[in-house]
Design a protein. Structure first.
Length: 459
């Protein structure tokens, strides 16, 4: 659609913009990047008589150092925020969030201050600004004032900026050395998030000293998760997730985690034969936006009886209220386990994956599927997992609390229980072998029995 007719003004100073705003009052609209305003005008959801473009005011653009703060001009493009080295060093959370904001075209047109002033609760910069404790500099005919992010967002599409005022800059407290991450969940890439979380932590001596967490699209304004921050404070900053997940795989122990690489062992029982593989795995690809991860792992039997290697690709997609997980494994294995052949190893892999998924469901607090596999500590036959159980992760509820190791402790896991916690490959393979070759064996035995009977009759 074509917008209704309006007059266009392009002031070159903040004072000129404020004068124009005061002159036209409610009949005027401020144009920053225009990525939200222009669609509204085209759909004629708003029809101002005057549009005041701030794009020609140079003092509203750029990032500068101001002691313990960075100052980001309200008209600074998202793309400029994304590639600014000072933002990367002192406000990494903002950079992480802007990376996920829409697409490159919008990031090159949209502005940091415009997105904040628009105050869409699904916007990607509000929660990070709130988490970092940003301060908004607002100019009016009577001078400037500074408003903290806690008080800036008033309600849905409503901020503390008055009708005769303009947001001119954002003061960002420096969080140098803080770890930061922005996790955004969308149905389609580049869309507004269904929900998103902005988190930054400061670590001292292996312990989380401070934490800042902001929530996107979970209310009419960005929210601060202060209870989460309090719960994180004082907790050990360890990479314990890999070790915790390993507990869901029989016989696996993670002994060391360093960056994207982890090392460990897997104990395997094959009848009377005991094997122990030692090896390492590395995340060679982590695409948070596409929810895709690739891990390359390799190991060797400590007795030199075989090797194992795998490239595992995991892709997650939204499926209603749950998350569908596709796992592709390129496996290469030598030694005694390889004697079972590709078909049997595929069935065993499906069964073990089903056990792993059932264990994760239990840890995440979701009930295991009635017709799916049930993890057990006793060796024996486990029901064959259904495709949904083997290839689909459970919905994503809040994880159940789990003990965390004290600062300085290793992430190694002691064997659970008092018995042998090795992966009993024989007990896992036997039911598969019986299911695969049982009918053929029964036919052979039947033929032998028939020959015996015929031979006796002939006598």
């Amino acid at each position: 659609m074509i917008p209704a007719q309006f007059d266009y003004l392009a002031p070159t100073t903040v004072e000129e913009a404020l004068a124009a705003l005061a002159e036209h009052g409610d009949d005027a609209k401020i144009l920053a990047g225009g990525q939200s305003l222009l669609p509204v005008l085209r759909m004629r959801l708003n029809a101002p008589e005057v549009v005041i473009d701030l794009g020609k005011i140079p003092e509203l653009r750029g990032v500068r150092d101001d002691g313990d703060h960075l100052v980001i001009g309200a008209m600074t493009r998202h793309a400029d925020v994304l590639r600014d080295p000072m933002v990367a060093e002192h406000a990494a959370l903002l950079q992480r969030a802007v990376t996920h904001l829409a697409d490159e075209q919008i990031r090159h047109r949209g502005t940091f201050g415009g997105a904040l002033a628009h105050a869409d609760p699904a916007g990607d910069v509000g929660a990070p600004a709130l988490a970092l404790g940003c301060e908004m500099v607002i100019a009016g005919r009577d001078g400037t004032r500074t408003v903290g992010a806690d008080d800036f967002f008033v309600d849905l599409f409503e901020t503390a900026v008055g009708e005769d005022e303009i947001l001119t800059a954002v003061r960002v407290p420096k969080h140098t050395g803080w770890g930061a991450h922005y996790e955004k969940f969308v149905r389609v890439a580049h869309q507004w998030p269904i929900v998103a979380v902005a988190a930054a932590v400061r670590v001292e001596g292996g312990t989380i000293a401070e934490a800042r967490v902001g929530l996107t699209n979970m209310g009419s304004t960005p929210l601060r998760a202060r209870a989460v921050e309090d719960a994180l404070r004082g907790q050990p900053a360890t990479d314990g997730d890999i070790a915790a997940l390993a507990e869901c795989f029989p016989g696996a122990v993670v002994t060391d985690v360093e960056g994207d690489t982890f090392r460990g062992t897997v104990k395997v029982k094959l009848g009377p034969i005991a094997l122990q593989y030692a090896g390492s795995g590395t995340f060679v690809e982590k695409d948070d936006a596409a929810h895709r991860f690739v891990v390359e792992a390799k190991g060797k039997d400590k007795r030199g009886n075989g090797t194992a290697g795998a490239t595992v690709t995991l892709a997650m997609t939204g499926a209603g209220e749950s998350t569908e997980v596709q796992v592709d494994t390129d496996l290469a294995i030598t030694g005694k386990p390889a004697q079972f052949g590709r078909g049997v190893m595929q069935d065993v892999s499906d069964k073990l994956l089903g056990q792993f998924v059932a264990c994760l469901e239990q840890r995440l607090g979701a009930p295991a599927p009635v017709d799916g596999p049930v993890a057990t500590d006793e060796p024996g036959e486990t029901p064959t997992p259904t495709p949904a159980a083997a290839g689909q992760a459970p919905p994503t509820p809040s994880p159940a609390p789990r003990p965390t190791p004290a600062a300085g402790q290793s992430t190694s896991r002691a064997p659970s229980g008092t018995g042998d916690d090795s992966l009993d490959l024989g007990a896992t393979v036997l039911p598969v072998l019986l299911r695969t070759y049982g009918p053929r064996l029964a036919a052979v035995l039947g033929l032998v029995a028939l020959l015996v009977v015929v031979r006796r009759v002939l006598r």
